[in-house]
Design a protein around this ligand. Structure first.
Ligand code: HEM
Length: 101
């Protein structure tokens, strides 16, 4: 009886140490906000802001604009992840606006 009890405790402990398959892996912020701004937001938004003044030659050119818009939009999500988000108010609002824009 005692043996079964100990095996039960062991299995219970093992189940606690294993993440369940339903658990999402945790977010893991890598860069600082400044690094994200300078490394991702500035180069991609430069491409978008240049559209009115720099005529696009062909579809390949427009694909670059489209890719930059996608990247910039996804940065909105990146800014909202735990570890990057600074508050639940304006920060989230501005991040959402970046996605929508
Ligand atoms: C197209 C949109 C955006 C552009 C072009 C932009 C651009 C920039 C630039 C150039 C800097 C200055 C980096 C430096 O020289 O120190 C900066 C800093 C910063 N931005 Fe943005 N940004 C945008 C959107 C956002 C959004 C949506 C948020 C927040 C929700 C945000 C939060 C910040 C913060 C907190 C800093 C200061 C970072 C630090 O020095 O620690 N930005 N941004």
């Amino acid at each position: 009886m005692r043996k079964f009890f100990l095996i039960g405790i062991g299995l219970f402990g093992l189940s606690l140490s294993q993440p369940s398959s339903a658990q999402a892996p945790g977010f893991q912020p890598v860069g600082t906000i400044r690094q994200i701004m300078l490394g991702i937001v500035t180069p991609t938004s430069d491409v978008i802001f240049a559209v009115p003044s720099k005529p696009r030659k062909d579809d390949k050119d427009w694909e670059t604009v489209q890719r930059s818009a996608l990247t910039l939009s996804e940065v909105g999500n990146l800014l909202m992840i735990p570890g990057h988000a600074k508050d639940k108010g304006d920060w989230m609002k501005y991040s959402k606006q970046l996605i929508d824009a």
